[in-house]
Design a protein around this ligand. Structure first.
Ligand code: HEM
Length: 428
């Protein structure tokens, strides 16, 4: 059997011609990640091949099972008998190492908890993230966007990631949490250190940076929570709402409050930055889609969904088995780490007949970019709002925006996450 033919005309995929695919082993380990320059360039060529030849793939380098079919990814995300707690995977497994769970001071956040802890914590935090609470933030998100746009020169090329996509979500989240604007730069540095958590092949230097960022952030929020509680200070920002949140007589403990703030920063900053960058890149490389969007701004929500599907900022999730069982029709031992690849499921031809086409008007917009099941992204309404506001205001401000032809965009070498390091654009 030949290799899959991946057909599109854009920068995310290419046409493949080799017929010797069956003889090559499928990609595995770091090859299925942005640490691999080929994967950074043509992720869907590798993921399509994996889905076609080994949809339930045993990755020996990381001791995990990689799933690429939409049907399996969906089943795993929705299966509440699987665990999200990396401590339940076997010793030496991918997830144990990735999240440093064997450290003495490891404290799982909601993302890594199972019920009943997960249900209780999520219940307490959900209200602050409801559609209504988030909708009320639109003017603040627009004000932050406006202030960033004001500082971008209109007459010369600029790196969109540096001046716009990176600061925007950090400032928005810092503001929403109620942090002093003077600390915004700290937030940016901490977030950059914290995302190294998603890099299983981090160097010693990166490991230090990650630990530094987590320690600093924890100290900051610890201090802020203690100060507010002692002073009896009730503020209407997100931290204030989290401190006040109560359900069935239960409140978040101080440790849970701090952990939740860290998670919100980790989960919400870089992902939204990447969505904005990936969105602008997709639109600038598909001019007819960009023109359609400019002609009909009511398409912005659909455009953001298509960007999420087409170029997902989060590549994969993780789960583990807690007993011997089958997954994707294959037998699994207890404590088996599973990696459902969200980006592969979004491009499964069983789900979308033309998966590699970027089409903001497609009828079926299903995607797994916010995960699914009990851990479905709590920040999805905020991410959608920020990205809709960011894209619409940026494109309005720069009607002639285009990619810089002579400075190639650079994709980040961060596994699990998918976005640009630099993306030079020309507004003139
Ligand atoms: C484009 C932006 C975003 C993407 C693609 C994204 C993606 C995801 C995914 C895939 C998960 C599920 C992981 C799993 O099941 O293992 C998740 C969970 C989560 N996300 Fe997001 N996220 C985004 C933005 C945000 C924002 C802005 C926030 C908050 C400000 C946020 C907060 C969370 C939290 C708290 C969880 C854990 C929920 C739980 O464990 O119950 N995310 N996100």
């Amino acid at each position: 059997m030949g290799s899959p033919r991946t057909r599109t005309s854009d920068g995310n995929h290419r046409e493949t011609s080799s017929d010797d695919a069956a003889e090559r082993p499928v990609a595995s380990g770091t090859e299925i990640s942005a640490l691999n320059p080929e994967f950074r360039k043509w992720p869907h060529e590798i993921l399509d091949d994996l889905r076609l030849r080994e949809p339930v793939h045993r990755d020996r380098m990381f001791d995990r099972v990689v799933l690429t079919r939409a049907v399996d990814v969906e089943a795993v995300l929705n299966d509440r008998t699987l665990s999200s707690d990396p401590r339940k995977s076997r010793n030496g497994s991918f997830t144990r190492k990735l999240f440093n769970v064997d450290d003495e001071d490891y404290r799982p956040t909601m993302l890594h908890m199972d019920d009943p802890d997960h249900k209780r914590l999520r219940g307490l935090v959900t209200k602050a993230f409801s559609q209504r609470s988030i909708h009320a933030l639109r003017p603040r998100v627009a004000a932050v966007t406006e202030s960033l746009l004001k500082d971008i020169p209109v007459d010369r090329p600029f790196d969109l990631m540096e001046l716009f996509a990176r600061p925007l979500p950090t400032v928005v989240i810092a503001e929403i949490l109620g942090a002093d604007p003077a600390r915004h730069n700290d937030f940016k540095n901490w977030s950059e250190g914290q995302i190294l958590m998603f890099n299983p092949a981090r160097s010693e230097e990166q490991e230090q940076k990650l630990r530094w960022a987590v320690t600093e952030m924890r100290a900051f929020f610890q201090g802020e929570v203690e100060r507010r509680i002692q002073a009896g200070e009730h503020r209407d920002d997100l931290l204030g709402q989290l401190i006040a949140a109560e359900q069935d007589g239960e409140k978040l403990t101080e440790r849970e409050l701090v952990g939740t703030c860290l998670l919100i920063l980790a989960a919400g900053n870089v992902t939204t930055t990447d969505l904005i960058g990936n969105g602008i890149y997709a639109l600038l490389t598909h001019r007819e889609q960009l023109d359609a969007l400019r002609a009909d701004p009511s398409l912005y929500p659909a455009a953001v969904e298509e960007i999420l599907r087409y170029d997902s900022p989060v590549v994969q999730a993780s789960r583990q088995t807690v007993s011997e069982r089958e997954v994707g029709g294959c037998p699994m031992a207890k404590g088996q780490a599973l990696t459902p690849i969200l980006a592969a499921a979004n491009h499964d031809p069983e789900l979308h007949s033309d998966p590699h086409t970027f089409d903001i008007r497609r009828m079926n917009q299903r995607h797994f970019s916010f995960g699914g099941g009990a851990h479905f992204c709590l920040g999805a309404p905020l991410a959608r709002l920020e990205t809709q506001v960011a894209l619409s205001m940026l494109l309005e401000r720069f009607p002639r925006l285009r990619l810089m032809p002579d400075i190639l965009p650079v994709r980040k070498a961060t596994p699990s996450l998918n976005g640009f390091e630099t993306l030079w654009v020309d507004p003139t």
